[in-house]
Design a protein around this ligand. Structure first.
Ligand SMILES: [Cu+2]
Length: 305
């Protein structure tokens, strides 16, 4: 290949070369940032996912990495081709290609991505089963039944209500314990949550557990996970649900079973809107209380949010 430097005869060539370089430099810079974030290099590590605490989250992480590797290969190939052809084209801007159609090329770039997507879909079956289909089971009078939920999570504009099953272990009974924006759960066992919405679409997202589930009005959902050590994690709403969507944050705290049960008993003695305050009160409580004092939108005016 031979290329010419810009001349008076071809004044647009320099600009075309500049754009070719943009196609090369932008993906390289983005990929470098992405790679450094994945490797945990500060301060870029905050762009990556936090550590995973859910046993079922490992398969999701493997799927995440594999999907990104596939996407990286596609990115390098397509951006490389884009750079190469635009650079070459800029050197012979006046030349006109006679190729309008290439059947074999189109067959290849349709079948190869289709095969890759099918392979990814098959690869994720076990993870989907573990995290979405095969709810943990318990024995009830010698019969295996789906494990009942321990907490009912009610999403609303703009916050989370948590109804913890009381000492009877059942939901929607008189001994349920209500806590707002703080979900307390036991470690070392499978936990099932029942998700409901009081108003619009929300999404229950705990990055540290790798769980994200849409919460749909009128359609209770179930979600399960297992955490092996005490930890407190961030919880957010991942569905744009209105003006205060960004304030819809909560905490999920995993404590030993004994501490969980003691907390439930203490909580039952408190007024209905109290918190599990004796369990190492979090700093976030102040912020969460403040948030509830925020003005609420007037009824009827907020329909288009
Ligand atoms: Cu929301």
């Amino acid at each position: 290949m031979s290329w010419r430097y810009p001349t008076r005869n071809n004044p647009g060539e320099a600009m075309q070369r500049l754009w070719s370089l943009v196609f090369l430099v932008v993906p390289i810079a983005c990929s470098a940032i992405y790679l450094l974030a994945a490797l945990g290099v500060p301060p870029l590590q905050k762009f990556w996912l936090p550590p995973n605490y859910n046993a079922g989250g490992d398969s999701i992480d493997r799927l995440f990495v594999l999907t990104h590797l596939v996407a990286a290969v596609v990115l390098v190939l397509t951006m490389g081709a884009l750079f190469w052809f635009s650079w070459q084209g800029s050197a012979r801007a006046q030349a006109t290609s006679t190729t309008a159609h290439h059947t074999m090329l189109e067959i290849v770039w349709t079948i190869v991505p289709a095969c890759v997507l099918i392979a990814l879909a098959v690869y994720q079956f076990p993870s989907w089963n573990e995290n979405k289909l095969l709810r943990p089971q318990i024995l009830d009078k010698g019969r295996a039944i789906a494990q009942p939920p321990l907490v009912k999570v009610v999403a609303k504009r703009f916050g989370w209500e948590f109804y913890h099953a009381g000492p009877d272990g059942l939901l929607e009974t008189r001994d349920d314990v209500f806590v707002e924006n703080l979900l307390v759960l036991p470690v070392g066992e499978d936990v099932v949550l029942q998700l409901e919405s009081r108003d619009v679409l929300h999404s229950f997202f705990v990055p540290g557990l790798r769980v994200k589930q849409d919460v749909v009005p009128g359609l209770p959902q179930f979600l399960w996970f297992r955490v092996e050590k005490p930890v407190e994690l961030e919880m957010v709403c991942a569905e744009l649900c209105g003006w205060g969507h960004y304030t819809m944050q909560g905490r999920v705290r995993f404590v030993p079973r004994a501490e969980y049960e003691a907390g439930i008993l203490v909580q039952r003695a408190l007024p209905r809107s109290g918190h599990l305050a004796h369990i190492n009160p979090p700093v976030t409580h102040v912020a969460l209380r403040e948030r509830r004092r925020w003005p609420q939108p007037t009824r009827g005016v907020s329909g288009n949010e």
